[in-house]
Design a protein around this ligand. Structure first.
Ligand code: UDP
Ligand code: G6P
Length: 567
């Protein structure tokens, strides 16, 4: 966007001091630009407004509003929203109040900006999500000279209903938005979303999947779909990505060694790492289907007498007390073991060298003589505390309560028994580099894995599979996710390239689980050479999702908004 609009591109957002201190660089000469002058005017009106650069790629100009400086007007803002737009916002939660303050600041800024500048330039405003858009309807009603595009990245009601109503998609055309919004106590949010959608010159959303929801819940079919992309250069490791896979896989090996080997061992060279990740929406994210398919995969692998092992990581966020002490303990013992072995190796090496260099009798020295008592004892003790009778934990943390994932694993007896070929590591926290178990950040962890598994039931877009693709990791998605739906539209041989799309639209749950289990089984049977080639093919797709290419959808939306705005 900065490339196209240069210094005429501004991002508007809320001001948070802590974030700003590391990501924001202030511009002090306000007269330098029309936007700067409006910032000054708003300050004169009594609002706290910050103007500067956001220190991300492209260094766009940002205008940040301190929401506290408008809180005093909140009652008036709410009165107005009801009077003019029939948006009820009494007794809403704090977060919604904050969005109303933000929406009002955005409205004032754009109104002032347009009054001063609309004569000499075309002004476009791109709103993302209801949280930014409570001021949008008034801008339209007050006839501000701005071409307005509203993009919704999901619908509030869709998220709630998909999670709670069986057969959501077949019932979709028949929902009454207002009644459902009351049911889930989200009337304010749903009303803002709806009014923003109805009043914008152009409505867009991120996928055809969500477009259908817009029609029902927002009362308007989107004018076009603006699919999500990434700044692909940030991910690209060009010729390095295969090496990075190996490097980070070895780090995952370390964790697996520490976690499983005290109970029993398996061949790490014949071990594959699968993972799924995202927020904890058990059925929306398809965790249920993934687990069901894994249970079936395990059965298939055991029946076939395979010597491969699959370790499945489930990475999400659930309330927990702390990391499971046993899991931490085995990690610590592993480190101790490693240290002891390295010390012995060094000692033996040095003494062996001396003995052979100085030895006159040309006899092979006995290596045992080179390890002194201290290290022998230390090694013996470490080995003793290493072995355990317990099964490796399938949850890495002490959860505050059981959830769908733990319930399923217990019920299906998928609890890391030795004979099982599919092992589970449920990590109920997002992964970051300070994580004591992996010591990897999320991106590195993804690179170290072999396959991402995301057969979502409700997923307006879904970045997780796309983030696999750009890192050269094959991935499973579903035709109910925006990403899966899009890839099916633009590419014929996606499966051959390492993107597997589960048919959740027309298959039953059990059929979909079978399809997924078959895909996983086939994947397990692949040779290393094939996996390497498949990683190349999937990484090759990346450019399709670069914003350099996908920006054009937004350009089209903005042009259309400008045309519609004309009297
Ligand atoms: N994610 C992360 N750390 C983790 C797991 C996930 O940062 O340990 C990020 C992931 O990179 C992705 C986001 O969480 O960008 C999830 O986005 P997605 O579009 O898949 O789902 P949504 O949150 O929109 O439902
Ligand atoms: C990368 C490396 C290869 C390594 C392979 C392991 O491609 O460049 O040297 O053999 O990863 O692949 P695998 O699918 O078995 O983890």
């Amino acid at each position: 966007m900065v490339e196209k609009w240069e210094e005429n591109y501004f991002l508007l957002g809320p001001y948070f001091e802590k974030k700003a201190s590391s990501e924001f660089e202030s511009i002090t000469d306000l007269d330098d630009s029309p936007a700067g002058r409006i910032v000054r005017r708003m300050r004169e009106m009594g609002y706290a407004v910050y103007y500067g650069y956001w220190l991300v790629t492209g260094k766009p100009r940002v205008i940040l509003f301190d929401l506290d400086s408008v809180t005093k007007d909140l009652d008036g803002i709410k009165y107005n929203l009801w009077e003019r737009n029939r948006i009820p916002t009494i007794n809403v939660e704090h977060l919604v109040n904050q969005t109303l303050c933000f929406g009002e600041m955005v409205r004032i800024f754009l109104k002032e900006y347009a009054e001063e500048n609309a004569k000499r330039e075309e002004i476009f405003a791109q709103f993302h999500e209801w949280m930014a858009s409570s001021g949008l309807p008034d801008l339209k009603k007050d006839n501000a000279k701005i071409a307005i595009t509203f993009t919704t990245h999901a619908t509030m009601l869709g998220r709630y209903l998909a999670q709670n109503v069986d057969g959501f998609y077949s019932k979709l055309p028949f929902f009454d938005w207002e009644q459902e919004a009351r049911n889930y106590n989200i009337v304010a949010q749903a009303s803002i979303e709806r009014q923003a959608a109805l009043n914008a010159h152009v409505l867009t959303t991120v996928s055809d999947v969500t477009a259908r929801e817009c029609e029902v819940f927002l009362g308007r079919m989107p004018d076009l779909v603006t699919p999500n992309g990434l700044n692909v250069v940030r991910f690209q490791a060009v010729h390095e990505f295969q090496n990075l896979h190996l490097k980070y896989k070895e780090r995952i090996h370390e964790f697996v060694l520490g976690h499983f080997f005290p109970s029993y061992s398996f061949d790490l060279d014949k071990t594959l790492y699968f993972f799924t990740s995202g927020r904890y929406e058990y059925s929306n994210k398809g965790y249920d289907l993934t687990l069901e398919a894994l249970a079936r995969l395990n059965w298939k692998m055991v029946q076939a007498g395979m010597d491969m092992t699959v370790v499945m990581f489930i990475v999400t966020k659930q309330p927990y007390y702390s990391v499971n002490p046993d899991v931490l303990q085995s990690r610590a013992v592993l480190n101790e073991l490693q240290e002891t072995c390295t010390a012995i190796e060094k000692e033996v090496g040095e003494k062996l060298f001396l003995a052979t260099a100085s030895g006159a009798d040309h006899k092979m020295p006995d290596l045992n003589n080179f390890v002194d008592e201290y290290w022998r004892l230390r090694l013996r003790r470490t080995i003793q505390s290493w072995k355990t009778e317990k099964l490796p934990a399938f949850v890495t943390h002490d959860l505050k309560e059981e959830d769908g994932i733990t319930e399923f694993c217990r019920k299906a007896n998928l609890v890391n028994n030795e004979r099982d070929r599919v092992k589970i590591v449920y990590h109920p926290d997002f992964i970051s580099s300070t994580n004591p178990l992996f010591g990897l950040d999320y991106g590195q962890f993804v690179r170290g894995c072999h396959l991402g598994v995301f057969p979502s039931y409700y997923e307006p877009w879904g970045y997780t599979p796309l983030e696999c693709v750009v890192r050269g990791v094959p991935t499973v998605t579903s035709d109910l996710s925006g990403f899966g739906d899009y890839i099916m539209q633009i590419m014929r041989d996606y499966e051959n390239r390492g993107i597997y799309v589960i048919n959740r639209k027309s298959q039953t749950y059990s059929q979909a689980a079978d399809q997924l289990a078959d895909i996983l089984f086939k994947f397990v049977k692949m040779q290393r050479r094939d996996r390497i080639m498949q990683r190349n093919r999937v990484e090759n797709i990346s450019d399709v999702f670069d914003w350099m290419n996908l920006r054009s959808y937004y350009d089209t939306a903005h042009d259309l908004a400008a045309k519609r705005k004309k009297p």
